[in-house]
Design a protein around this ligand. Structure first.
Ligand SMILES: C[S@@+](CC[C@H](N)C(=O)[O-])C[C@H]1O[C@@H](n2cnc3c(N)ncnc32)[C@H](O)[C@@H]1O
Length: 287
């Protein structure tokens, strides 16, 4: 069967539905939450790579070669990421959002700072946040209890996040001063220093089914939900809203749009950088 025809007809195609069902059964990943078009493109890549002539052939191949699931899962969860990805966003976080957050904590006499990087891939995003907080807190750092949760569904990228070792090309965005202060060159690899590593806890979390908890001062979920269908996006954004403290920030990807109920309850704080805030409704709420 022509591959293009196969992908175009896939939404109602029994083979496509069988393939989605098989992935739920074998890997507990509920494909129904992804956009069909996204799934079709990712499946087509694997089918082409393995020379499978249509969905039925690919289902047969998966049953006879279970290692193919690993390749498929790797393709479904696109892991592209960078330290300080989208410079303008990190500039606002460093110069405005985090200093204000730290100031508010000091005024309230609160010592705990909780941040969640949801869909963190190999760890560059949560480590970038840890570096910024370490810099901004300076000598006050020991007085604060900083917890940054980095979560992902992909065990392989979480494993490398936990190791905190990066190739030179992966650290090109890290300013030289931070590279000198927070990384150690170990052979060809840059190893994150123990102090920064200790600020980040990595967890395996499927955003379709679970959460990292609540009372977060900031949640970053960037370049993850673009692949999810509208219903899932709406549910997830409301889940993030509930997981934030009053006054907490939600940071989304540059190409993503807040949809559903969450767009009414989260206020834009920095529109261009896609940073939203759960405004406090108490008497000390900022305008
Ligand atoms: C493109 S990376 C984004 C990394 C980082 N947030 C950034 O913007 O640089 C998308 C990540 O989302 C993860 N992901 C995809 N589906 C997921 C799900 N259902 N639950 C949790 N993570 C998921 C992928 O494994 C991948 O590591």
């Amino acid at each position: 069967m022509n591959m293009r025809m196969a992908t175009e007809r896939a939404c109602t195609d029994r083979g496509f539905l069988d393939l989605k069902r098989l992935i739920v059964q074998q890997r507990s990943l509920d494909c129904d939450h992804y956009k069909d078009g996204y799934l079709q493109r990712r499946f087509a890549v694997r089918m082409r790579a393995r020379g499978a002539d249509g969905y039925d052939a690919y289902v047969r191949l998966l049953k006879s070669d279970p290692l193919e699931y690993d390749e498929l899962m790797r393709d479904l969860t696109i892991n592209v990421t960078q330290f300080f990805r989208d410079r303008a966003v990190f500039k606002v976080l460093e110069e405005e959002v985090l200093p204000l957050l730290i100031y508010d904590k000091a005024v309230r006499g609160e010592a705990s700072i909780r941040i969640w990087s949801a869909g963190c891939s190999s760890g560059e995003e949560p480590y970038s946040m840890a570096i910024l907080l370490r810099e901004l807190l300076g000598e006050e750092f020991p007085k604060f209890n900083v917890t940054i949760v980095g979560s992902d569904i992909d065990g392989e990228v979480l494993q490398s996040a936990q190791e905190g070792r990066y190739l030179p090309r992966q650290v090109v965005n890290v300013p030289k001063a931070y590279l000198d202060r927070y990384f150690e060159l170990d052979g060809d690899l840059y190893q994150i220093c123990p102090e920064i590593m200790s600020m980040v806890k990595f967890r395996s979390i499927d955003l379709f089914t679970s959460t990292a908890g609540s009372h977060f001062d900031m949640i970053l979920c960037r370049n993850v939900v673009i692949y999810f269908n509208r219903e899932m996006q709406e549910r997830l954004y409301m889940g993030f809203f509930r997981s934030l403290k009053e006054g907490g920030y939600f940071v989304m990807g540059n190409t993503e749009t807040l949809v559903g109920e969450a767009s009414k309850v989260l206020s834009p704080a920095y529109v261009r950088e896609r940073i939203y805030q759960k405004r406090s409704c108490g008497p000390d709420a900022r305008p």
